[in-house]
Write a protein of this length. Structure first.
Length: 270
């Protein structure tokens, strides 16, 4: 099946309505750019949202690509400047955490990005957040969770988040859930989308890179099977999707008493 048909089918399956306000989380990379391009093409009501992480030239190039994309698609772009909003760019924040605790770059950045996205998109009164996660990402994450001994961490994953509805939690959708990464890259080149193809200079999560190398030896069918089997395994584990509570410090949705972002800020003494 062609990439466009796969995405259409995924959006149909999750029953996304064209009346809903969707915010596409745009990193400046190929995946989220393709999401915005296709959702606009299919007639969905979208705006873009970019977090300027202030990681030097890499971030400047991402911001430039995102602005160009939104201009050419004729969609509104919301920009969140990390330094202005929080007083520090991602690099500073990460070093502050890492001086106290040995945590991976991507783990820290991922937690902070998720927290910002949910909070800011809620302010914009949007119905859902769309991200560029694709088949390879999802299969990798599931394998990583198994290797870490916690397959249940994948319980919420899917083309649409599975949390029970909550006024503070904005559901997330992944239109590229069934699309392999190499198809997305090819498509973004074909459509000449303004994309920053550079990798984030801080992405040195060696465990994920090893899993990615292994995954690259698999066919797309095998990757799709990993996703299918993950659903079977999770059913057998009978893991219930956990309820949403609120963080005692920031009031944002959290599974534990203190959310992951506030836990990190606590470690960093920030
Ligand atoms: P990553 O965690 O970097 O693999 O990114 C996964 C998805 O998160 C991307 O496809 C985007 O939808 C979103 N995302 C990542 N970085 C940013 C950013 N700086 N601003 C907005 N959304 C982002
Ligand atoms: Zn918190």
């Amino acid at each position: 099946m062609k990439l466009e048909s796969k995405v259409k089918q995924t959006l149909k399956k999750i029953k996304l309505s064209k009346k809903e306000k969707i915010i596409v989380a745009l990193s400046g990379g190929k995946d989220s750019s393709v999401v915005a391009y296709l959702m606009k093409k299919f007639g969905y009501n979208i705006d873009g949202f970019h977090i300027d992480l202030k990681i030097g030239k890499y971030s400047d190039d991402c911001l430039k690509a995102v602005k160009e994309l939104c201009n050419s698609l004729g969609i509104k772009l919301h920009i969140y400047d990390m330094k202005k909003e929080t007083g520090a760019g991602m690099c500073y924040l990460r070093s502050a955490v890492q001086s106290k605790k040995n945590l991976k770059n991507c783990a820290i950045c991922g937690v902070v990005k998720k927290w910002i996205l949910n909070k800011e998109v809620r302010k914009l009164k949007a119905d859902k957040i769309a991200t560029g996660h694709h088949l390879d990402d999802e299969a990798q994450t599931f394998l990583l969770n198994i290797l870490k001994g916690s397959p249940e961490l994948s319980a919420n994953s899917g083309a649409v988040s599975k949390n029970s509805p909550d006024k503070k939690f904005i559901p997330r959708i992944k239109p590229l859930f069934h699309v392999p990464e190499k198809e997305i890259k090819k498509y973004s080149i074909e459509k000449k989308l303004p994309v920053n193809y550079a990798k984030c200079p801080c992405a040195i999560d060696s465990y994920r890179i090893q899993v990615r190398k292994f995954m690259n030896t698999l066919s797309d069918k095998e990757k799709e099977n990993i996703i299918k089997n993950s659903e079977k395994i999770l059913k057998k584990l009978n893991k219930k999707v956990s309820d949403v509570n609120y963080c005692e410090i920031c009031g944002e949705p959290s599974r534990k008493k203190i959310c992951k972002k506030c836990e990190l800020m606590g470690i960093a003494n920030y």
